[in-house]
Design a protein around this ligand. Structure first.
Ligand SMILES: *[C@@H]1O[C@H](CO)[C@@H](O)[C@H](O)[C@H]1NC(C)=O
Ligand SMILES: *[C@@H]1O[C@H](CO)[C@@H](O)[C@H](O)[C@H]1NC(C)=O
Ligand SMILES: *[C@@H]1O[C@H](CO)[C@@H](O)[C@H](O)[C@H]1NC(C)=O
Length: 129
């Protein structure tokens, strides 16, 4: 429980920072939060593997904020665990390495201007409880 609280506090701090950085640019940007296509329900990843996270890039706005990143989410917590950052949101995919986790259901959150998360999927981690 202490652990989850600490993780939540750190995640909130990370989100607060995100708010600051996305508020910083003076130029007006379109809000772009494309839906994640993969991983999805039924996907099984193993710690240490590499996979492409993919999203629907069919309808990008003319200008996209910098600083795209992907976080791992567990339950309702966005963990301060960055799977990828500073990639091109228009590409529709980015390769990530599956981190060492306790086996369980996770999702990934794709951040453009705000976050959109994948369906829950299983990661077979380095520890089972
Ligand atoms: C987030 O993704 C869902 C589909 O997974 C989509 O319906 C929704 O429009 C997206 N949110 C935004 C703000 O684009
Ligand atoms: C990710 O996609 C790219 C382009 O299709 C491909 O070259 C690469 O091998 C893929 N990576 C993985 C881990 O599947
Ligand atoms: C993951 O979620 C599925 C479906 O809700 C559930 O059956 C399974 O037990 C969960 N696995 C773990 C390791 O939590």
């Amino acid at each position: 429980m202490m652990f989850m609280k600490a993780v939540a506090a750190i995640a909130l701090a990370a989100l607060a920072q995100t708010g600051l950085t996305s508020a910083a640019p003076l130029e007006k940007k379109d809000v772009y939060v494309p839906p994640v296509l993969y991983p999805r329900a039924g996907t099984v990843w193993y710690s240490g593997q590499r996979h492409n996270v993919t999203w629907d890039n069919s309808d990008p706005p003319a200008s996209i904020s910098n600083g795209a990143f992907i976080l791992l989410r567990s339950g309702n917590y966005e963990m301060p665990l960055v799977l990828a950052h500073d990639f091109d949101l228009r590409a529709g995919r980015v390769e990530v390495t599956v981190p060492d986790v306790i086996t369980g259901n996770f999702s990934v959150v794709l951040f453009g201007d705000s976050g959109n998360w994948s369906e829950d999927f299983l990661i077979n981690g380095v520890l089972d409880f």
